[in-house]
Design a protein around this ligand. Structure first.
Ligand SMILES: [Zn+2]
Ligand SMILES: [Zn+2]
Length: 180
């Protein structure tokens, strides 16, 4: 299955080749080392892309949609989050000689290279997934999070801490007035 994401550049027909595939978490987690696992699960991903090749330059245009299982950064409960995006990549064949001493133009910096006859869609799809993972994932925009005082999940239960905080503030205010 993993090999199906490798494409022989020379076998892509002139009109292009479409790749449609779905994968799950085993495919995703299997690519990470045990000590480098991402902090979320990939429930499902659907990818649809079109590969075209023009005189050795590979153009990849596609989109993906996925469902991830990630910890809400406010309440710490697991949440299922839909992600997705459109993407385009341009890959040119890596030249035999080293390019290190060559000045790269801004256009070239946006271009990636491929070695040999094959390109692998896997790192591209991985990059797209990682780019769409929110820095602070939320189970919902309205997530109330945890009480900073007692730690209860304010989405599912309530506590009296807020009341006490308000009382404390009033007490502080009273002290302030007294001192004046
Ligand atoms: Zn939450
Ligand atoms: Zn509380």
């Amino acid at each position: 299955m993993a090999n199906s994401l490798k494409i022989n550049v020379f076998l892509v027909p002139e009109e292009g080749q479409r790749f449609v595939f779905s994968e799950g978490d085993a495919w995703f987690q299997g690519r990470f080392r045990d000590d480098e696992k991402p902090g979320f699960f990939l429930e499902k991903i659907d990818v649809d892309c079109l590969i075209t090749v023009t005189s050795g330059t590979v153009f990849i245009k596609g989109s993906f949609s996925a469902l991830i299982d990630i910890c809400c950064s406010r309440c710490l409960e697991r949440a299922k989050l839909p992600i997705g995006s459109d993407f385009t990549y341009t890959l040119i064949p890596a030249k035999a000689e080293t390019r290190e001493d060559l000045e790269l133009t801004p256009e070239e910096l946006e271009t990636s290279y491929y070695q040999g006859d094959f390109i692998d869609l896997t790192p591209i799809i991985f990059e797209q997934i990682i780019l769409q993972i929110p820095m602070k994932a939320l189970c919902s925009e309205e997530c109330k999070g945890l009480c900073p005082n007692c730690g209860v999940n304010l989405n599912t239960s309530s506590c009296n801490c807020k009341l006490n905080v308000v009382n404390d503030r009033i007490a502080v205010l009273k002290n302030f007035r007294i001192k004046k």
